[in-house]
Ligand binder design. Structure first.
Ligand code: TGC
Ligand code: FAD
Length: 392
């Protein structure tokens, strides 16, 4: 793979809207990605393997629980710093950002928000350093966009719960020490349970043959009469709103992350367009290629503004689920369109692993599907503006 020469586009001088702390956090993440992710990621993606050696560094740059309070091992940062870290990590690879998103927003967040003090003390510090990795089990083979229909269930056996069912498409599952699993009790009410690797009847087979997010490990969670200790139930919130609350945080991070992938594709295509000579002039001097680049930087700039504003609203506790949906949907579509255009700008070279674009493009096919599909986010916006839910 070519050396990482990334230069971040900032067409509207958005750095002026960031604090010194935001810039420090972002620059540290950017430098880490250049040093630890860019040189190896193509190889790991080609081999369909998650690079476990980066876990410690991810923890050090605040990639695990950026906004979780310092007393629990988190970085105690605000929502814009959290977003900037996701942007930089996904600039390297969406699969690495996935690992970070899942650990932060889908494992640490529910333990922090819905867990007991004992659960926070037991799990959060280890998750913050990456000593323990976690995964989040919501999706099932027959319930993806409609998680409320889940059939995974647990029975109260007095001194423990008995968990049965299966989850599918679970990021980090093959190597995670713990899983935050959403299951229905005997009354059909959804609760979160912390399931630990090693519990009898719990297995995590890996999902192979993915053409997307190849550097992220994906698997199933299978529960065959798993005895879960009573103290592993998250008591703070139940109902579908509990897992959906976690998704708000993760989807917000993805909105930033997608900008990172788009910036990397744009920057690569821009550089290539100045160097690649056809018909005795750089392809960047032709109107057709300039149209592509001009539209890319316009879309990136609009997404940066949208997402920065969303970060401000989240810092103030005012961002709604529908606003987050709009940003996730807009930014991932923006990124995937830019990746497709940028890939074409590199001609044949665009399909090789010499450049990051094709990998981003394939990764984004997962990003546009997980954490709520593109269609589901449109329906969330539709419901918000009309008041009519059109899911059912
Ligand atoms: P609905 O009736 O609308 O809501 C049920 C209850 O939940 C409440 N609620 C929320 N609460 C907190 N935060 C939110 N964002 C909430 N959204 C809804 C709601 O008020 C209600 O509460 P209550 O008290 O009245 O019961 O639910 P619905 O069944 O009609 O479904 C709505 C829909 C379709 C929007 C929802 O199911 C949905 O978002 N589906 C998409 C599923 C999804 O996003 N799955 C993601 C799985 S995790 C993942 O993909 C990780 S990938 C990670 C990576 O690798 O980076
Ligand atoms: P379906 O829900 O079957 O949707 C199929 C199609 O139908 C989609 O285009 C959808 O938009 C459309 N559709 C569905 N309902 C409607 C409707 N009412 N109106 C109009 N169109 C509709 N899940 C987890 O719980 N944890 C994870 O860590 C996790 N990681 C993932 C990693 C990867 C790489 C992938 C690919 C997925 C991951 N997921 C995870 C699962 C992901 O959240 C689901 O794939 C996603 O929610 C969609 O569910 P589905 O695949 O079952 O598609």
């Amino acid at each position: 793979m070519k050396p990482d020469l990334f230069q971040s586009p900032d067409y509207y001088l958005l750095d002026d809207l960031l604090t010194e702390e935001h810039k420090l956090v972002r620059d540290a993440a950017r430098a880490w990605v250049k040093k630890e992710v860019s040189p190896i990621i193509e190889d790991y993606a080609q081999r369909a393997e998650f690079p476990k050696q980066i876990i410690k560094g991810l923890g050090e740059i605040g990639g695990f629980g950026p906004y979780i309070p310092v007393e629990y091992g988190g970085a105690g940062l605000d929502q814009i710093s959290y977003g900037l870290i996701m942007q930089e990590i996904e600039r390297g690879d969406s699969g690495v950002r996935s690992t970070s998103s899942v650990q932060s927003s889908l494992v640490m967040y529910p333990i922090w928000k819905y867990g007991t003090e004992e659960q926070r003390q037991k799990y959060l510090p280890k998750l913050a350093t990456g000593e323990w990795m976690g995964c989040f089990g919501l999706t099932e083979p027959d319930h993806g966009s409609n998680p409320g229909g889940m059939v995974t269930n647990f029975k109260d056996m007095g001194d423990h719960y008995l968990l049965n069912g299966a989850k599918m498409w679970i990021s980090n599952a093959p190597f995670a020490q713990i899983a935050v699993v959403w299951a229905k009790n005997e009354e059909g009410r959804i609760h979160g349970l912390i399931v630990e690797r090693g519990m009898e009847g719990f297995s995590t087979p890996e999902t192979h043959n993915k053409w997307s997010l190849r550097a992220s490990a994906t698997g199933e969670l299978i529960f065959d009469n798993v005895k879960v200790p009573r103290e592993n139930l998250l008591p703070g919130k139940s109902g579908l709103g509990a897992p959906l609350g976690c998704l708000d945080s993760a989807r917000y991070g993805i909105a930033w992350g997608a900008i990172g992938a788009a910036m990397d594709c744009y920057d690569t295509a821009l550089r290539y367009s100045k160097e690649r000579i056809q018909f005795d002039k750089p392809i960047g001097a032709t109107q057709l290629q300039q149209k592509k680049l001009a539209e890319m930087i316009t879309e990136i700039t609009k997404a940066q503004l949208l997402t920065w504003r969303l970060g401000v609203l989240r810092n103030e506790g005012r961002a709604t689920t529908a606003q987050i949906s709009m940003a996730k949907r807009n930014n991932v579509e923006m990124a995937i369109n830019i990746a497709r255009e940028a890939r074409q700008m590199l001609g044949g070279m665009g399909i090789t692993g010499e450049y990051s674009i094709m990998r981003h493009m394939m990764n984004l096919e997962s990003v546009i599907t997980y954490e709520g599909t593109h269609d589901i986010h449109l329906l969330i916006t539709g419901m918000d503006v009309t008041g009519f839910p059109a899911f059912k």
